[in-house]
Design a protein around this ligand. Sequence first.
Ligand SMILES: Cc1cc2nc3c(=O)[nH]c(=O)nc-3n(C[C@H](O)[C@H](O)[C@H](O)COP(=O)(O)OP(=O)(O)OC[C@H]3O[C@@H](n4cnc5c(N)ncnc54)[C@H](O)[C@@H]3O)c2cc1C
Length: 310
Amino acid sequence: PAAQLAGRLDDPAPLLIVGFQGMRDFYPTLAAHHLAQTGIRARAVYLPYDLISGRRDANNVHLAQELEAPAHRQVLAHALRGVAAPGERIGLPAILGIDQHAAVWRELEAAAGAPIFEIPTLPPSVPGIRLHRALVRQIETHGGRVESNMAVTNFAGAGDRIAWVETATSARPLRHHAKAFLLATGGILGGGFESNPSGHVWETIFDLPLTVPQGREHWFRPAFLDPQGHPVYQGGVQTGADFRPGLDGAPRYANLWAAGSVLAHADPIRERSREGLAVASAAGAVQAILAHLGHPAALSTSSPAGQPAG
Ligand SMILES: Cc1cc2nc3c(=O)[nH]c(=O)nc-3n(C[C@H](O)[C@H](O)[C@H](O)COP(=O)(O)OP(=O)(O)OC[C@H]3O[C@@H](n4cnc5c(N)ncnc54)[C@H](O)[C@@H]3O)c2cc1C
């Protein structure tokens, strides 16, 4: 994000990490100490909490909303001018506005007279909320619709295709028809797989075959830190190169794709690839869907998934 660029560690300018007394989960002294240990010039300052909020127990989202008020920004900018030494870059917790983030950040930077960068915080993460809202806006701008909190409870197949899925509502189940369906229910942690005490693991919507061992005694290797990892974390929905689920290379349904943590043959925690796997496989699956639908936005099939042809 643009508001994090001024914090680049290959920039030799010294860092001033600024926190607020009483703010939860943001410790500038600790951050500056760790930076200094790696040879980076950094120091920390605490400012009074009531500079940014009159609330006694605000979370990061509340604080970001408060900084959208120009009066709060001016008070903070004045305080930053008072503590920053010439040539220092200022690191603040990521609370510089939500809907008006760009304006809040740039105005604060201009008024404080120093480059300002944000440091992501523990949840609730304001940069994450901004990103989510931007993605939803993009989808809606392109004619899409995002429905949250609607659990898929049923589906119907028609020949080799999924005809519809049904979601729970407060009144009666709602049917959704589509040309293509992308399963991204997150595996065990996301709720896409369930298990019972005997060790049977199943995919909750389409009951797709899983490569997870169907017996608790086969889930784990004896050594906790076995370099090969544990089979239960490596199992999931097996797909072909086009991300369509199917155990033997043949797609189980012609119009069903899968992406993210549901996928088999990865060990995302051990690989530290979790979010990367989710984003890259989603891009690959969407490309495969576009190609299947003959959509003009589909990339050439001669280029690897996710890379523009030419
Ligand atoms: C606190 C936390 C911190 C993390 N930090 C990092 C990090 O720093 N780096 C990193 O790489 N990864 C991190 N991860 C992991 C990363 O968020 C996941 O790997 C990634 O979100 C997986 O994406 P996904 O889309 O496959 O599944 P998920 O993000 O799990 O999404 C699955 C979605 O499907 C929904 N769903 C499930 N069943 C149904 C159903 N029947 N009907 C409708 N919806 C359904 C779930 O509600 C959920 O919204 C973190 C995860 C957590 C929880």
